[in-house]
Design a protein around this ligand. Structure first.
Ligand code: ADP
Length: 448
């Protein structure tokens, strides 16, 4: 097993990884920018290295400094968390070339899934159902028009290098195609330096259902059921639950097996998430994330596993600690992403937290790195905590969530907590009746 793991991230996920390491008797190294000198993950880690100024491009994304921090501290592995360098195949290659273990899949698997066209082709070949669309990239407006006419409007133009909801444009009718095609391309070029786009049938009322998978890198793989992440704002997840209110055990077993078989065949190693849109009983693959997901705790709650420890174990060459038969879901879990944002416009709200009180009690988990007197820097994303509840049934989980939210205190800044109080009053949320468009439509009505 590793002796020392360097955590190449910040915020709640850095602390989450630190906790997993400590329970395994592994030393931790925090890296941080000057803006994060007082961050909780930095204080708790066994060792800390300041690697640069506040902008992520000069610190959390600075590959030479991260490698230097490993060499100075003697860390034998790097956990990338999510975001930053977690899906950067070049980084993984450099890490491995320096004799350091990357806790995650191989550079080749990251590359395969990082390009959405290649990912879709691969998945199709592995028997995973996909959204109907263009065969690969679409280079010209003329071609886009032809493909769209054959699959039928509405269509969505998507960047093959896309992520975070960027480089995605809807064309409801032929008259929208020119704008959708050119803006998707220019947005993709600006954000990812790659303007290749492809077309997909736009699904009108799907849910976002994703399957957590785990591979041992040798052809063994399991699935840990689904997460329903349909509540989204600007294609970003806001509230996630497991199991999904619309997936039964038989459906779960079937799609889960399709996914675990697919990753077994490519000898995938570590944690991954296969994302689908789900409409009228059909699954449509959209992408695979080759890393830990923000919302992994809902799966941990119902399967009673530690996904980060499992990642570390497999990266160190050990066997997975569970088989498919061991993985039986229990109860219901819900996560709310608490962001430092001011409602109703969701503007970032960095600043000093005067008082913080975390909810607790049975079935409540608060993953956060904030504390009394902590100042949220303005340079990074606005997620400041994840509140996760677990109970025997969905109704009990909702009641527990309401109770836990009412205990949460974050004074001094604005947070998205009031949004969740309001959502819990909605009959659709109580019944689990929502699609990927529900939240946007609700927000539009509420802020009229
Ligand atoms: P990103 O990598 O930018 O997050 P995804 O391909 O994962 O992009 O899509 C993000 C979200 O965009 C999905 O969860 C869904 O809400 C919406 N979306 C993506 N593809 C489609 C589609 N074909 N039809 C309708 N909505 C879509």
């Amino acid at each position: 097993m590793f002796k020392k793991v360097l955590i190449a991230n910040r915020g709640e996920i850095a602390l989450r990884i630190h906790r997993a390491c400590k329970e395994m008797g592994i030393q931790t190294v925090a890296i941080h920018s000057t803006a994060d000198a007082n961050a909780m993950h930095v204080r708790m880690a066994d060792e800390r290295v300041c690697i640069g100024p506040p902008p992520a491009s000069q610190s959390y994304l600075s590959v030479p400094y991260i490698i230097a921090a490993c060499e100075i501290t003697g860390a034998d592995a790097i956990h990338p968390g999510y975001g930053f360098l977690s899906e950067n195949a070049t980084f993984v290659q450099i890490v491995e070339d320096h004799g350091i273990t990357f806790i995650g899949p191989s550079a080749a698997h990251i590359r395969l899934m990082g390009d959405k066209i290649t990912a879709k082709d691969t998945m199709k070949g592995l028997g995973v159902p996909c959204v109907p669309g263009s065969d690969g990239g679409v280079a010209t407006l003329d071609e886009a028009r032809k493909v769209a006419a054959s699959i039928g409007y509405p269509v969505i133009v998507k960047a093959t290098a896309g992520g975070g909801g960027r480089g995605m444009k809807l064309a409801r009718a032929a008259s929208d195609m020119e704008t959708a095609f050119t803006t998707a391309r220019s947005e993709a070029k600006a954000a990812f330096g790659n303007d290749e786009v492809y077309l997909e049938k736009y699904l009108g009322a799907p849910r976002h259902i994703e399957i957590q998978v785990f591979g041992d890198g040798k052809g063994g793989a399991v699935h840990l059921g689904e997460r329903d992440c349909s509540l989204q704002r600007r294609h970003q997840k806001v509230f996630e639950e497991a199991p999904s209110p619309v997936i039964d055990a038989k459906t779960r077993a079937k799609i889960g097996k399709v996914c675990s078989d697919a990753i077994a065949r490519i000898k995938y190693s570590g944690a991954g998430t296969i994302e689908f849109l789900y409409e009228r009983g059909e699954f449509y693959f959209i992408e695979m994330n080759t890393r830990l997901q923000v919302e992994h705790p809902v799966t941990e709650a119902i399967y009673d596993v530690d996904i980060v420890q499992e990642q570390i174990r497999v990266a160190a060459g050990h066997k997975m600690s569970f088989t498919q038969d061991d993985l039986v879901p229990n109860g219901h879990a819900i996560e709310c992403r608490i962001n430092a944002e001011k409602l109703p416009g969701f503007q970032p709200s960095p600043g000093r937290i005067a008082t913080y009180y975390a909810p607790g009690g049975l079935g409540v988990r608060m993953d956060s790195a904030i504390y009394d007197g902590y100042t949220i820097p303005p340079y990074y994303d606005s997620l400041i905590g994840k509140l996760i509840v677990h109970a025997r049934t969905r109704d009990l989980a909702l009641a527990r969530l309401r109770r836990a939210l009412s205990e949460l205190v974050v004074d001094g800044i604005d947070t998205t907590t009031p949004l969740f109080h309001a959502l819990l009053d909605e009959p659709d949320i109580q019944k689990g009746k929502y699609t990927i468009h529900w939240l946007e439509e609700w927000l539009a009505r509420e802020t009229q």
